[in-house]
Design a protein around this ligand. Structure first.
Ligand SMILES: Cc1ncc(COP(=O)(O)O)c(C=O)c1O
Length: 401
């Protein structure tokens, strides 16, 4: 049996977690703070806040920017639902745009859909490949579009353009023009969910990188308060003898990361480059196996500007229909090999269909989705298993052609 994405739990992870359990403090505290500073150093971001998921981190940023009913947020049609559901939670409208052949948001489509109501753009580094940030930032910051922007609060007036957010759920360690994701756009939010490259079981990290007119460290404090009921002191500070007094400044959320989970991430962050190397070797092995098959549309994971974090190996089978792809997944499962689909474009989901979004308006998203099959990539996947799975896939595809 070859599973799709089991977590990497070795003695080093177990030791870190036991250390947290034995420390006398298991919720947000010193380990979470260390993880924040290690992530900040790793991606070169001036301030990083750990939270309990990427979803809550993205939502917190939309709330911080004051996104509300009447506003629009641009999001790719090809992503996981979390990227768009958070826009609905703000009462705002997700404006979906199509993606390019490499699965990332199409900056030209963004240019066409920016309006005076656009308050943010959420760019998703799908599978770990960074979006075309040069093009995207140029469009969003160009005078032509900036003049549409109608701020309705202090932060929006200060930025004077839509907020550019990277949904970096997949892309910790990926680079664009030699900069790590987390130091490219105004904000990037990583996911540390159990299946991600770097995990804390559940969790996320907000990397702040706002322009000079903002103080990223002070925004970190604002967000920390927002992520903990609007409370002026966190639980650790409040438990210190005599330091009970606190205040509530706003109706905040409960999004903090506990130390017991931060410990899992701490075990990984110092050796994460090694993880990336292993993941790249798996990508290279798949791509070299498929290179002589004209039906194999292998994913881009490096080009002159970008380097992926090698999160999802998004293979496509040229000419396959949805039905053939689904059959292929079933046949692979019968051979004990788990494969997957990332993702069903949002307009195909009942929720978004019922809101009037139509897949016909996103032809590239559909054409990518219908023949996409994600192959396993994880640290403990041996290159022998990659060969075995790749060979089985070749046989199954050829029997269905
Ligand atoms: C593209 C994308 N964005 C956001 C998320 C949400 O991440 P989390 O589960 O940490 O909230 C995911 C999760 O898979 C994702 O794939």
């Amino acid at each position: 049996m070859i599973p799709f994405s089991p977590p990497k739990v070795d003695q080093r992870v177990i030791d870190e977690v036991i250390d947290a359990l034995n420390s006398g403090w298991i919720t947000t505290g010193p380990k979470t703070k260390i993880l924040e500073s290690k992530v900040a150093d790793y991606v070169n971001s001036p301030a990083v806040l750990c939270v309990n998921s990427c979803t809550s981190g993205l939502f917190l940023m939309l709330k911080w920017f004051g996104i509300q009913e009447g506003d629009e947020v641009i999001v790719p049609a090809y992503t996981y639902a979390a990227s768009a559901n958070i826009i609905l939670h703000c009462g705002a409208k997700p404006v979906m745009v199509d993606v390019k052949e490499d699965f990332t948001i199409d900056p030209n489509e963004v240019a066409q859909r920016i309006s005076s109501k656009t308050k943010a753009i959420i760019a998703v580094d799908l599978g770990g490949l960074p979006c075309d940030y040069d093009a995207l930032i140029n469009i969003v910051c160009s005078d032509k579009y900036v003049k549409y922007f109608e701020p309705n609060n202090e932060n929006q007036a200060k930025l004077a353009r839509p907020l550019i957010i990277t949904d970096a759920a997949h892309s910790i360690g990926a680079t664009f023009a030699n900069k790590k994701v987390g130091s490219i756009t105004d904000v990037a939010v990583f996911s540390f969910h159990a299946v991600k490259n770097l995990t804390t079981a559940e969790g996320g990290a907000i990397c702040l990188n706002l322009p000079k007119c903002f103080d990223n460290k002070s925004i970190y404090n604002t967000l920390r308060i927002k992520s903990l009921h609007g409370q002026t002191k966190d639980a650790l500070a409040k438990t210190k003898a005599g330091a009970w007094e606190y205040d509530i400044l706003e109706p905040g959320f409960k999004y903090n990361m506990p130390d017991v989970l931060a410990a899992i991430g701490l075990a990984e962050i110092d050796r994460y480059e090694e993880t990336l190397k292993k993941r790249k070797a798996i990508y290279d092995a798949y791509s070299s196996l498929f290179k002589n098959y004209s039906w194999a549309l292998t994913p881009i994971y490096e080009d002159d500007k970008r380097q992926s974090s090698y999160h999802l190996y998004l293979l496509r089978i040229k000419g396959f229909s949805e039905k053939q792809r689904n059959l292929l997944i079933e046949n692979m499962a019968e051979r004990g090999m788990a494969t997957n689909v990332h993702y069903k474009p949002l307009p195909l989901l009942s929720l978004y269909k019922s809101m009037g979004y139509k897949i016909e308006d996103y032809p590239r998203s559909y054409s990518l989705y219908k023949n996409e099959i994600s192959l396993p990539v994880y640290f403990n996947l041996s290159l022998e298993n990659v060969q075995e799975l790749g060979q089985a896939l070749i046989e199954e595809v050829e029997s269905l052609l």
